[in-house]
Ligand binder design. Sequence first.
Ligand code: NZQ
Ligand code: ZN
Length: 384
Amino acid sequence: MQNFVFQNPTKILFGKGQIARLNDEIPTQARVLVTYGGGSVKRNGTLAEVRAALAGRTVFEFGGVEPNPTYETLMRAVDLARKESVDFLLAVGGGSVVDGTKFISAAVPFVGEPWDIVAKKGMIEQVVPFGVVLTLPATGSEMNPAAVITRKASRDKLGFINRMVYPRFSILDPVKTYTLPPRQVANGVIDAFVHVIEQYLTFPAGAAVQDRFAEGLLLTLIEEGPKALVSPQDYDVRANIMWCATLALNGLISAGVPQDWTTHMIGHELTVLYGLDHAQTLAIVLPATLTVLREAKRAKLLQYASRIWGIATTDEDAAINEAIARTRGFFESLGVPTRLAAYGVSAAGIPTVVEQLRRHGLLALGERQAVTLEVSERILALCA
Ligand code: NZQ
Ligand code: ZN
């Protein structure tokens, strides 16, 4: 295991009815900007509950943060926050609203062009503190310091990671996820699953505890994910999925182990070029990544085959094939196709994706920086 520092400052308030606790978590005198998405939180009553919890305070609202939040939209929120001297933000929604709010948090006090926070990893000296009311378990953004922002004009979808943008607190009420459409339930399960895989399926690092944590999350997602589609109002199912998604990307399982974010990096380019949902891109790319990198990942693929899918490893190559096939089958069983063609994207588009990777400097991905553009191209060819 490599050396690591583990510190996560986000406070989690988990369970039914926790939105009422907002009143204790946000300073009484704060000028609060509530951010939300396209309106699901209005329709399902979450926003009303937030308004009730903040009754009597100075509260502004900014709606319309879109999936894969854009710089263009978020800058309008930055203008509003500056104009109204907002000093606390509250994101109410899924990962896009949370990520967008992280950008707003850093951009409001930023001197200069805020896009530099994303594109040039600009130094953040101050932030507007923020909290989260999460409605979609998927990204882990509610307990991590990362955000992914899209700039439409230049077709960039880029992440930034900065310790200053950890949420102060996140409220995770599984009841708020009951209204998710099946597509978003499946997306969330797949996103969390792939987050675990990208911190687990590399090479053995002597990290037995992290491996077992990761395997526990994968097995729970495999068991509970399909249940959420069948029984959308089962509290325990929703609660377990929600907690899995948070633990999948809050630093717990990545401590001291190698990571491989190839699938995510290629996936972001597919989203920005073709508008696919984040998790759809992962469902397409992950099986191809594992196939192309099967020799480098051999030992962990065999562990994955045995411990997650119960496949006997007497014939190693057969076991790896089967593990990859079962992974693909799991995504498909949730209703998410795993081939580009199913989304109307033809192989003719692959050079454009590779060009985007080149433009974004993604030339040496993977746990050993061995995923060159040529390797990414081979992965993409298998996605067709
Ligand atoms: O916009 P509204 O109307 O709220 O509807 C949303 C949206 O259409 C809807 N939704 C959310 N909660 C709902 C609901 N509908 C009914 N009931 C509810 N309770 O779901 C749709 C998708 O929402 P979105 O927030 O876009 O989804 P998700 O949470 O999957 O976030 C995706 C974004 O997160 C980034 C992705 O790249 C993408 O931009 N990621 C962020 C990460 C991070 N910060 O660490 C890591 C991830 O790998 C990921 O890259
Ligand atoms: Zn993701």
